[in-house]
Design a binder for this molecule. Structure first.
Ligand SMILES: Cc1ncc(COP(=O)(O)O)c(C=O)c1O
Length: 457
């Protein structure tokens, strides 16, 4: 029996037999090529979310598919009772590309973070030091296991499963004073995302990250970066910490590392790796030949095909185009992120789920976060021409919903603007519009020196 091309049946079976923890859009994808997905009807979608930052090489990439196929033919699984060449090679590649000396492999981001949490505690245990608390940020996201929901700084993910694992302290993000205040003589580690992806694509400030590092060094605290979403080229460097010039003691990866094949990894230094002894941690599937062959193909392709250069080029172009849209439409509150991890936040005239649905109907896949932000995390191989198609679709939707800014909105944005030019425009516009200027609070005194943006923007 195959239900592959019958959407109604797929939906029925899902409802009947799958735990209902997701709320899928009414579509099932059966094929992918490059940056496009094809549904049961053969309809094509440009994937601007890439399986939530997973499909970094897009779909059907020849190097990745051939590595997976050839590994599947020779050996899919051999357990950690034995040496695994693909695992050794991938560990070498990751260490060569990062601050790390040692790698532990697992199957997901949450498991990588579990390993990081355990290592942060066992490191001090073996030193006979009673430190076990881990400080994380409000609005962070670290996974769905009991340990990682306790680490996550959003109680909605842990409340139904209480009591929570103790030993986690949450502080406001990007607030160094709050971080300093939260440190006690029990603090083992500080764990941060450098860009909070799940809660709306909020980057950490450079100064904040540098100060956190300084605090860790001064107080003998381990620094953990959760790069599950930001790692593997996503932000225009192989790892996001390289944008900050601040190396952690422990880093976690997953998502892009296997290009779609489940794999997670925890990386650390030789000094911190002393905190785990044989038998302290493990995984049946972690580091298996198939997943590591995929990881090796992803790392090799990203390096050999200069994919990170593409991320930077497409990202610069996309940010420029999105910021032009922001200048054109009032309802875009902010465009933020780094590389190809981007959040677009709207004001309350647009809902993010509504925008996601509208884009979906036009053949573009994004994710919505909360009521106001859509997230983009397309394959790293996407082209400028493809992202331009997305921007065009977004422009069309916003034009239909809201219409472009009028000249008065633009004057408000350019505030303070050249007094002379504003006054000339206002007098040409007639008295009704001069009233509008008053409403905007643009008085003769405050309208000063800057250029008014071009009306064609
Ligand atoms: C920063 C971060 N950490 C951890 C996780 C959990 O990863 P997984 O779903 O693979 O367990 C995610 C998933 O979105 C994430 O974005």
């Amino acid at each position: 029996m195959s239900i592959e091309n019958d959407l109604a049946l797929i939906k029925d079976y899902d409802k009947e037999y799958c735990l209902q923890v997701f709320a899928p859009l009414p579509v099932a994808f059966v094929k992918g090529k490059g940056c496009y997905l094809y549904d049961t009807e053969g309809t094509k979608y440009l994937d601007m979310i890439g399986g939530i930052a997973v499909n970094c090489l897009g779909y059907g990439h020849p190097k990745l598919t051939s590595a997976i196929c050839s590994q599947a033919k020779s050996l899919i699984h051999a357990c950690n009772y034995y040496y695994i060449p693909q695992k050794s090679e991938l560990a070498y590649r990751l260490c060569r590309a990062s601050f790390a000396d040692k790698v532990f492999f697992c199957n997901s981001g949450a498991e990588a973070n579990e390993a990081a949490i355990k290592l942060a505690r066992s490191y001090f245990y073996y030193k006979d030091i009673n430190k076990y608390e881990i400080i994380t940020a409000d609005m962070s996201f670290h996974g769905r296991t009991m340990g990682t929901v306790a680490a996550t700084g959003q109680s909605k993910f842990s409340r139904p499963f209480e009591p929570n694992l103790p030993g986690f302290v949450h502080v406001p993000y990007n607030d160094i004073d709050a971080m300093i205040e939260a440190v006690t003589n029990k603090t083992a580690a500080i764990m941060l995302e450098l860009i909070q992806g799940e809660s709306g694509v909020h980057p950490a400030d450079l100064e904040y990250v540098q100060q956190v590092k300084k605090l860790c060094v001064e107080k003998g605290i381990l620094l953990i970066f959760d790069e599950v979403q930001t790692g593997i080229g996503r932000t225009g460097k192989m790892f996001c910490y390289q944008n900050y010039g601040v190396a952690p003691d422990i880093m976690t990866l997953a998502k892009g590392l296997g290009g779609g094949v489940p794999i997670g990894a925890m990386l650390t230094t030789n000094a911190v790796a002393t905190g785990m002894k044989p038998g302290d941690h493990g995984s049946t599937f972690g580091g298996n030949p198939l997943a590591c062959a995929a990881g090796n193909a992803v790392m090799e392709t990203i390096e050999d095909d200069n994919i990170i250069d593409n991320v930077r080029e497409v990202s610069d172009d996309l940010f420029e185009k999105l910021n032009k849209l922001r200048a054109k439409y009032n309802c875009i509150r902010s465009v933020r992120g780094k590389g190809l991890l981007i959040g677009i936040e709207f004001d309350d005239t647009i809902t993010a789920p509504g925008m996601r649905e509208q884009l979906f109907r036009m053949g573009f896949l994004v994710s919505s976060i909360g009521s106001s932000t859509i997230r983009l995390a397309p394959p790293l191989i996407i082209t400028k021409a493809q992202t331009a198609q997305f921007v065009k679709a977004l422009d069309k939707i916003l034009k239909d919903v809201q219409g472009p800014k009028n000249v008065f909105d633009k004057i408000k944005d350019a505030f303070p603007a050249k007094k002379q030019m504003i006054q000339e425009k206002a007098s040409k516009a007639g008295s009704a519009k001069i009233d509008k200027l008053d409403e905007l609070g643009l008085t003769a005194e405050t309208l000063k020196t800057e250029e008014i943006p071009d009306d064609n923007d």
